[in-house]
Design a protein around this ligand. Sequence first.
Ligand SMILES: Cc1cc2nc3c(=O)[nH]c(=O)nc-3n(C[C@H](O)[C@H](O)[C@H](O)COP(=O)(O)OP(=O)(O)OC[C@H]3O[C@@H](n4cnc5c(N)ncnc54)[C@H](O)[C@@H]3O)c2cc1C
Length: 384
Amino acid sequence: MSEQSHPEIREAVRKLCAGFPGEYWRALDRERTYPAAFVKTLTEAGFLSVLIPEEYGGSGLGLSAATAVLEEIHRSGCNGGACHAQMYTMGTVLKHGSQAQKEAWLPKIASGEIRLQAFGVTEPTAGTDTTRISTFARREGDKYVVNGQKIWISRAEHSDLMVLLVRTTAREDAARPADGMSVLLVDMRTAVGNGLTIRPIRTMLNHATTELFFDNLEVPVENLVGEEGKGFRYILDGMNAERILIASECIGDGRFFIDRSSAYAKERSVFGRAIGENQGVQFPIARNYVQLSAAALAVDHAAALYDAGKPCGTEANMAKMLASEASWAAADTCIQTHGGFGFAEEYDIERKFRETRLYQVAPISTNLILSHVGTHVLGMPKSF
Ligand SMILES: Cc1cc2nc3c(=O)[nH]c(=O)nc-3n(C[C@H](O)[C@H](O)[C@H](O)COP(=O)(O)OP(=O)(O)OC[C@H]3O[C@@H](n4cnc5c(N)ncnc54)[C@H](O)[C@@H]3O)c2cc1C
């Protein structure tokens, strides 16, 4: 994002984040605890409902405004990973849900009464090949009965609702592999202990991610989003928003690292001069800035296409790849610039280093983006 866009939003987010300094995140990171107070404050300030239309209690702004929010959160040293999904999963209900579902859920999501933080797609055996998911919802009268397993489902323990992708027709019985999948809204408040078991996974970063086990979980048919069998398309639609938003978090991370690197390079004196006088220290930081600025333009472009209702799948993918690589390069430079201090917990750099690494794998890994560009954009043969 251009650093100048949405100045009032940026200023307000920066002020809010100042109340959640490094000590707050370090303590949570040590214990792998969810940043409940941060998420509550963000929700109450209305920042998680920027994409919800005003008629449902949100501020009805575009994706570009949402990217400004997440970028500033990350630039401030905070982390939006605990709640960013509320922004984009809501879009599945908004775009494809019935009027009754929108009226029932969106105002409560906007007010914070209900948290829609969980997005259940990935499965242990399917991996990135989503058409191979096997979690199955069998229709029985006015309910679906769900059986199967998901993995890496973040924030499931901190969410009242989950957008869940299931098969309602087996892959082999569907006309095309992408057919026969459906989206269900699962009410976590009643599901847990009644067919849904959540098992947390401890990871290298504090991300509240989990494994989910479905054993005859009953979901009312009225919680089906859109048409049965068309769920994959709905999910893909939401993934463009997700990739652009995650890319803006990477831009924020990159700016955090560059801010820290350039400040330290100016102030740290070794051999009688600032280390930043040495071009071996200065140039990598300048290169990070150049790369990050280009990636930020790509994020802006993808968000503008999205907000104009134009196709943006390729642009969202490219923005996410460029931004995640630029933030990772800046993270690496930041550690190097700080020497030993880069490894000290109290500098927050090693924490942010671990956090920003995720984005070259999730929500989509770099190879799959390159494959999309190679085959869909450049027309080369697909290898799988
Ligand atoms: C902390 C964390 C949080 C997450 N949160 C969520 C969540 O909330 N909801 C959710 O649904 N998922 C979530 N995920 C899952 C995430 O989206 C996946 O991990 C990611 O999409 C990669 O899928 P995979 O792990 O199955 O890797 P795989 O598909 O098994 O791939 C492994 C590696 O092989 C490469 N690869 C695979 N196939 C090819 C190919 N044909 N050509 C070239 N390379 C290939 C991939 O690029 C990757 O590097 C999360 C993951 C993590 C780690």
